[in-house]
Each structure stands twice: as structure tokens, then as C-alpha cells.
Design a protein around this ligand. Structure first.
Ligand code: FAD
Ligand code: MLT
Ligand code: ZN
Length: 488
């Protein structure tokens, strides 16, 4: 920042302090530092100030103040996002707004199977509020203890139960949000049917802080699950996994709530880097599926799953399987899966590709993309795992700890282009569930269907004419694409 920029920053900060009630701004530098970098350490930002509002009214005052002065605003939830969307830029002139003080459960309506929570509640707190009312909130991510429901909605998060329950958007009935000019858009109605014009709730969900700040949400609940059956299954290849999924769906219908694919490399990373895990099967196999059936009533699901897996073994679609005999074993199987990202982080730098294709195209895509990686990225280890039941794989590549950041940065664009072009050729998406943020702005520009970007920009300009909401995220600020370095 230039000397005059620094002076402007100092006087703006004085004006902001005067405009807000005491205690809204975070003045402690040590507490501020972790909020200025993203989870993967791809980006290191600076901020004019960090505001931690306690109410929707305080968020509204902050945004009106920023809008008048054309100050960029970066909303932040639990800061677990993978695309750098919650990190301010390097100018030191943007306001970071963290929602962690807004964590009230405003209402639980067990009869209506809904609850209303403030944006700063962690996902785990929302799940617990549902359980306390003998209900179930099905969103489930490995980051549940730290991500916030506002961030989950802003990114339209997916996770481990999408196959049965859908992504965050499908779980949302209503949203309260503050728009760029400080006006409060309150759509907290708990209705299953509401056909009154444009679907603004769906628009705000998945907008990654570029249209407004979500301050509260009304969410759908389900009855508590009374039975589950979970198995870790060795499969000969990806085609067998896809065929197994179809069989399970025919045998168990909507009871199939998770179907996660893991290569041996992912299992080995988890076993090596996470304490207290064990291989559930006696021999090593190339591919595994972690699948789970669930029911709202007491049902013999283990019998149903056991029967279906027996048939799959006989048909050559599975080569071995371990069924969880109790809740402790079930939790251990899930720990194996949920810890893969953390294990991969501990193992060294990696490149992440959060892709989806139609499920039937998974085997072809994995074969072609893996062959490309083997031929062109000799230093990388493919760790392609994820929510195969949704056609979504984290087609990640791990590199040795000592890999120079410069080398990764040089190779990354070539690797990304090859993988994302293959995804496009298979009719898929380069961002299945993690969003666009800053990381994938250039990819959106490249792969968005004609007309889509123009429509998105028109919406953005209408709701945020001065472009203060999360500038440079999702849509290019000055027509420039985002860069995509490697990170942990
Ligand atoms: P942040 O990272 O703080 O923000 C993400 C984006 O949302 C930013 O653009 C930010 O500006 C915006 N934002 C945040 N809060 C608000 C708000 N209140 N109003 C408006 N905009 C807001 N993601 C998946 O989809 N599926 C997974 O399976 C999954 N597994 C994960 C496992 C691990 C171990 C980790 C670390 C992450 C995982 N994630 C997964 C990614 C991440 O947890 C999700 O994207 C999550 O929804 C982000 O929530 P957050 O509160 O941390 O948001
Ligand atoms: C997961 O499903 O574990 C995460 O979304 C994937 C990742 O960390 O790349
Ligand atoms: Zn995921």
C-alpha cells in the first residue's frame, strides 16, 4: 500500500470504529492472523479490519457503511473452504466479516420438521440441535466441527449423505441475508411449497458471499435414523463399483445414503498419517467402497446389505467385504474415510480437482485421467476418492513433502487443464461441491456455457451495483481469471 493508501486506511478505520458499537471490530492481531489465510494456505490476505458482528442489525450497519464508501466485504464462516473464497485480497482495504458470534438456535419446530439457526452455528451444533428435538439434519462433512452453517449454505456444500438427502440447497427452506446496501432480505419461511416468484433462497445458497451475507437459515429436518448398516467393500475396479451402486439402489431403494469410493492410495495415506486406524480387510485391494444404508424405522438393514453384498461377491462385483457389527466399528470405518483429506494434508502438498461426471461415465473418466497423470506427472501420486454415488470424485494428486512450491506452480496449470478438459469431454463439472471462490474464477470463465456468465453478471450487478460483495470471487473482478496454485 502507498503512503497515501495507508493514510486512507487509517482514517477509514477511525470512521468505521466510530460507526460501530464497541467490541464489533477484532483488534487482537494474534487472533486475527489465522483469519487472513485460507485453510489450504493458498492465499495470504490483509484486511482493513475484521468485524465480528453479533446481530443481523450490526451486519446491516457494516454493509451500508462499506457500500457508501465502496469498500470490499469478504464474508467468512469457519474458514474451512477449499477455494480461497473467505480470504481478503492483498490490498489491506477490504473488510473481513466473520459470523462466529452469531450462533443462536432461533427456533426448533419438531412438528414442522424444521429449525432456524444463525449463520455462525457450526454444522455440528446444528446437527446437535436437531438431535435434541429427536430429529435429524443430514448434512455431513469431515469439517463439521468447524465449518459454519452460513458457510455451508454459501458454498452449497455436499458431503457424505448427498445421495439420499441432497446438497445444502435441498436442505434449505429459508434464508435471512443482508444485501450489499445493508437491506435485510428476510425469507425465513418454513414452507415446503411456496411458488411466489423467483426462488431467491436458492439464489443466495451457493452465492459464496458475492450477493450478500447470510445471517440465518431455516433448514429441513428428518426423523431420527433408527437403523444403519455400513460396509467396507473391496471392488475389482471403478466399473464394478458403479455396477454395485446400481444393485444396491435396486435392492435397498432410497435407503442407500452413502457410497464413497477409495483407492488403495487413500487408505494407505489414512493408515500412515492418522492415529488409531486399521485396515478393515485382511489383504490389500486396488479399490474400496464405503457404503451405508439407513432407515427411519427399526429394520434389519444388516441382513439387507449382507444379502446384496453376497450377491455382488458371487457376481464378481466385490472381492471382499467387512460389515460393521456395532456403532464403534461403524465409526471406525467412517474415520478412515473422513480423515483422507487430513492425511493427504499431512503427507505433503497436493493438487485438488473436485470433479463430477454422470455416474456411468466414472469408469471411463478415471481410466483416461489416471493414464494421463501416470504419463505426465511422474512425481505425483493419484489419490482419487470421494462421493462416487453422486458422480463426484476428489481427483487429487499428492506430491512428496520436499516438492518445491515453484515446481508445483509451474506444473499445476498443465495438469488442471488436462483433467478439466477430460471432465468436460465426459459431460462433467470442474467444481462438484467446493464452489468457485478465488481459485476457480478462470475455470468458470473457460467452461461456463455461453450466456451463463452474462446472466450471473446481470444478477450480480442488480444486487450489488458497486461490486463490494466478495470482489474477485466467483466472477472475475476486472475480467481476469483466477490463478490456481497448489497447497496442502
Ligand atoms: P468459509 O470457508 O468460511 O467460506 C466459504 C465461502 O462462503 C466463502 O466464499 C465465504 O465468503 C462464504 N461465506 C461463508 N459464510 C458466509 C455467510 N454467512 N454468508 C455469505 N457468505 C459466506 N465441502 C464439501 O462440500 N463436501 C465435503 O465433503 C467437504 N469435506 C471437507 C472436509 C474437510 C476436512 C475440510 C477441511 C473441508 C471440507 N469441505 C467439504 C470444504 C468446506 O468445509 C465446505 O466448503 C464448507 O461448506 C465451508 O464452510 P465454512 O463455514 O468453513 O465457510
Ligand atoms: C472430502 O470429501 O473429504 C473433501 O471434500 C475432499 C477434499 O479434501 O479434497
Ligand atoms: Zn467431498
Amino acid at each position: 500500500m502507498s503512503a497515501s493508501g495507508a493514510r486512507d486506511g487509517a482514517s477509514l478505520l477511525e470512521s468505521l470504529r466510530a460507526a460501530m458499537p464497541p467490541g464489533v471490530l477484532l483488534e487482537d492481531e494474534a487472533a486475527a492472523a489465522p483469519l487472513l489465510a485460507d485453510h489450504r494456505h493458498l492465499y495470504q490476505g490483509r484486511a482493513l479490519a475484521i468485524a465480528l458482528p453479533r446481530s443481523t442489525a450490526e451486519v446491516a450497519t457494516l454493509l451500508a457503511w462499506c457500500n457508501e464508501r465502496r469498500i470490499g466485504v469478504v464474508p467468512q464462516g469457519g474458514n474451512t473452504g477449499y477455494c480461497g473464497g473467505a480470504t481478503p485480497d492483498e490490498s489491506g482495504m477490504q473488510l473481513l466479516v466473520g459470523l462466529q458470534r452469531m450462533r443462536q438456535v432461533r427456533a426448533v419446530d419438531a412438528a414442522n420438521f424444521s429449525l432456524t439457526v444463525e449463520a455462525g452455528c457450526t454444522l455440528a451444533e446444528v446437527q446437535q440441535a436437531a438431535v435434541a428435538a429427536d430429529r435429524f439434519f443430514p448434512l455431513e462433512l469431515g469439517s463439521a466441527g468447524s465449518c459454519q452453517i452460513g458457510g455451508n449454505l454459501a458454498t452449497n456444500a455436499g458431503g457424505l449423505n448427498v445421495l439420499r438427502f441432497g446438497m445444502a440447497r435441498a436442505l434449505t427452506l429459508g434464508v435471512e441475508a443482508v444485501l450489499a446496501d445493508g437491506s435485510v432480505c428476510s425469507h425465513l419461511r418454513a414452507l415446503r411449497k411456496d411458488n411466489t416468484g423467483y426462488d431467491l433462497v436458492s439464489l443466495l445458497v451457493g452465492s459464496e458471499g458475492t450477493l450478500g451475507i447470510i445471517t440465518a437459515a431455516t433448514l429441513r429436518l428428518w426423523p431420527r435414523l433408527r437403523a444403519t448398516a455400513t460396509a467396507f467393500v473391496a471392488v475389482p475396479d471403478v466399473a464394478a463399483a458403479v455396477a454395485l451402486l446400481a444393485r444396491l439402489r435396486v435392492a435397498a431403494g432410497e435407503r442407500v445414503n452413502s457410497f464413497e469410493l477409495l483407492p488403495r492410495s487413500a487408505l494407505e495415506l489414512a493408515l500412515r498419517h492418522i492415529e488409531g486406524l486399521a485396515d478393515p480387510l485382511a489383504a490389500a485391494h486396488g479399490w474400496y467402497v464405503l457404503c451405508e444404508l439407513s432407515s427411519f424405522t427399526e429394520e434389519p438393514l444388516a441382513d439387507l446389505l449382507g444379502q446384496a453384498l453376497g450377491d455382488a461377491l458371487a457376481a464378481g462385483l466385490a472381492t471382499d467385504a467387512a460389515l460393521a457389527a456395532n456403532e464403534r466399528q461403524r465409526a471406525q470405518l467412517w474415520r478412515l474415510r473422513e480423515n483422507v483429506p487430513e492425511a493427504q494434508r499431512r503427507a505433503g502438498p497436493s493438487l485438488k480437482h473436485d470433479i463430477s461426471v454422470p455416474i456411468a461415465a466414472l469408469p471411463g473418466f478415471v481410466a483416461e485421467a489416471s493414464a494421463w497423470v501416470r504419463a505426465h506427472v511422474p512425481a505425483g501420486m493419484l489419490v482419487a476418492y470421494g462421493h462416487a454415488g453422486d458422480g463426484n470424485l476428489h481427483f487429487n494428486i499428492s506430491f512428496p513433502q520436499e516438492t518445491a512450491a515453484g515446481q508445483l506452480a509451474r506444473e499445476e496449470p498443465v495438469i488442471r487443464r488436462a483433467i478439466h478438459d477430460l471432465v468436460a469431454a465426459h459431460g462433467g463439472s470442474f467444481s462438484a461441491e467446493h464452489g468457485i471462490g478465488r481459485l476457480k474464477v478462470g475455470e468458470l470463465e473457460r467452461y461456463a456455457p455461453p450466456g451463463t456468465l452474462a446472466m450471473m453478471r446481470a444478477i450480480k450487478n442488480a444486487l450489488d451495483p458497486h461490486g463490494i460483495m466478495n470482489p474477485g470471487k466467483v466472477l472475475a473482478a476486472g475480467g481476469q481469471g483466477g490463478e490456481t496454485p497448489g497447497g496442502h
